[in-house]
Design a binder for this molecule. Structure first.
Ligand code: DGI
Ligand code: FE
Ligand code: FE
Length: 190
C-alpha cells in the first residue's frame, strides 16, 4: 500500500487539526508498538486509518453502517461511535486492507472491547495519549502508564475514558463496558 497516497487522501478528507491528530496517533502508536513488540508496520496502517471516517456526515455514516454486522447495536448509540466501524469498512473496501487485526484495531479504537489484541490496545492507547491531547489529568496518565506492561496501560486508559464519560452522563456502549469490566476483574485478581 502507498502510505503517502493514504496520507494525501486523509489530508483532503479531514480538517487540518484532525489530520495532524492522525499523524501524531500514528507516530505514538509506532513508538508504543516498538516498545511492546507489536508490528510497527501494522500500527502505522491502523493509526493512519483510525479516524478515516471521522468527518463524514451522520446520514452517510448511518447508510454505510447498514452493511455492518453490528448495525442494530451501533444505531442505538451515539453517532460519535460510528466513525470507527465505518473507518474499518472503508480501509478494507477502498484500500484493500485485509488484515483482520488492523481492521479490528480501527473498529474498536473508540470503545475498546473485551479480549482486545495487543495491536488494538496500542491504537486505543495512542489515540488517547498522543501529545496533542489536552484534557485534564492527561499528563498524570501519561506518566503513570509510561513503560508499564501494555495490559496495565490499557486498564488505566479505559478507566480514564469511563471517568470522562460518566462525568458527562454519557450513555455507555456495551463494548466499552465489556472492556472496562474485563480490565477491572483482572486487576482485582492480581
Ligand atoms: O475520534 P477521536 O476524537 O480521536 O477519539 P475516539 O474515537 O476515541 O472517541 C470519540 C468520542 O467517543 C469521545 O468523545 C469519547 C466517545 N466515546 C467513547 N466511548 C464511548 C463514547 N461515547 C459514548 N456515548 N459511549 C461510549 O461508550
Ligand atoms: Fe476516533
Ligand atoms: Fe483519533
Amino acid at each position: 500500500m502507498d502510505l503517502q497516497q493514504v496520507k494525501n487522501d486523509l489530508e483532503q478528507r479531514l480538517p487540518k487539526a484532525r489530520y495532524e491528530h492522525v499523524l501524531r496517533v500514528t507516530d505514538t502508536a509506532k513508538k508504543l508498538a516498538e516498545e511492546v513488540g507489536v508490528s510497527v508496520e501494522k500500527a502505522e496502517i491502523a493509526g493512519l486509518f483510525h479516524d478515516y471516517a471521522k468527518f463524514m456526515d451522520k446520514d452517510e455514516l448511518l447508510e454505510l453502517l447498514k452493511r455492518d454486522e453490528e448495525y442494530e447495536l451501533y444505531a442505538q448509540y451515539h453517532a460519535e461511535l460510528w466513525h470507527a466501524p465505518v473507518g474499518a469498512m472503508l480501509a478494507k473496501e477502498r484500500y484493500g486492507v485485509e488484515d483482520h487485526d488492523i481492521l479490528q484495531a480501527i473498529r474498536f479504537h473508540t470503545t475498546g472491547r473485551a479480549e482486545m489484541s495487543e495491536l488494538e490496545k496500542v491504537i486505543y492507547i495512542a489515540d488517547l495519549i498522543e501529545p496533542g491531547r489536552k484534557f485534564p489529568g492527561i499528563e498524570e496518565l501519561r506518566q503513570r502508564i509510561d513503560g508499564e506492561p501494555l495490559e496495565d496501560q490499557m486498564t488505566e486508559c479505559i478507566q480514564h475514558t469511563f471517568k470522562f464519560l460518566v462525568q458527562r452522563y454519557a450513555v455507555i456502549f456495551p463494548h466499552s463496558f465489556d472492556c472496562y469490566n474485563e480490565h477491572v476483574r483482572r486487576r482485582k485478581e492480581q
